[in-house]
Design a protein around this ligand. Structure first.
Ligand code: GLN
Length: 211
């Protein structure tokens, strides 16, 4: 990629968009809200924010985004999915609705609301990617990763059910990254920073490329 400042598309069919825009802007990246297929033109990476994965699926279908997004993601576009966005990337959704969309790019099984309902939302300090600077993480009706494939790297573990059990909460497989928590809410640029690094390092195939 030759441009100094990557252009990151943010799926803007539900809320949680401005927070991602601010996080990317703080890191010197440009962003663009994605609501219809033509908005995908020229983006270097994509963010799938939180929300409700079932609703996001329906809205992606009705706005005609599923097919062009599938093509772009197949071309190796760097992508970050947070919370519901993680569910949209998972290869297996244990308790999804039968008509729920998944791009199937991250070899994990997830259980929606696996940490509990809204009242069980919580915050925790995590060790992220081997750093000794803790990362504050906010979990809101977060998906629980119940299986991960061997090609999937764990960037952070979190605690589960108030016990000492540790479960993966930030993962990467090639240029696909996902967090069960909301990195856009804590002013810690490291997760978005990893996405921007992928824009530089990832080889894009010509299939579905927007440029
Ligand atoms: N529980 C939501 C879902 O299943 C995700 C919640 C979130 O994105 N904060 O899609």
């Amino acid at each position: 990629m030759s441009k100094a400042s990557p252009l990151v598309g943010i799926l803007a069919l539900q809320g949680d968009v401005r927070e991602h825009e601010a996080a990317l802007c703080d890191l010197g990246a440009r962003s663009k809200e994605i609501r219809r297929p033509s908005d995908l033109e020229g983006i270097d990476a994509l963010v799938l924010p939180g929300g409700e994965s079932t609703t996001l699926s329906m809205l992606m279908l009705s706005s005609g985004l599923v097919q062009p997004m599938t093509e772009l993601l197949k071309s190796n576009l760097p992508v970050l999915g947070t919370c519901a966005g993680m569910i949209l990337l998972a290869s297996d959704i244990e308790d999804g609705r039968p008509d729920q969309i998944s791009f199937g790019l991250l070899d994990i099984s997830v259980r929606r609301n696996g940490f509990g309902r809204q009242v069980s939302s919580f915050e925790e300090d995590l060790e992220f990617d081997g750093s000794d600077v803790p990362m504050r993480a906010i979990f809101i009706r977060a998906p629980l990763v119940t299986r991960k494939g061997e090609d999937v790297e764990v960037l952070a573990y979190g605690s589960f059910g108030g016990s000492s059990a540790q479960v993966p909460v930030a993962l990467r497989q090639g240029n696909v990254m996902a967090t069960a928590f909301h990195p856009e809410l804590t002013h810690d640029g490291r997760v978005h920073g990893e996405l921007l690094k992928m824009c530089v390092s990832v080889e894009r195939s010509s299939t579905g490329s927007t440029r």
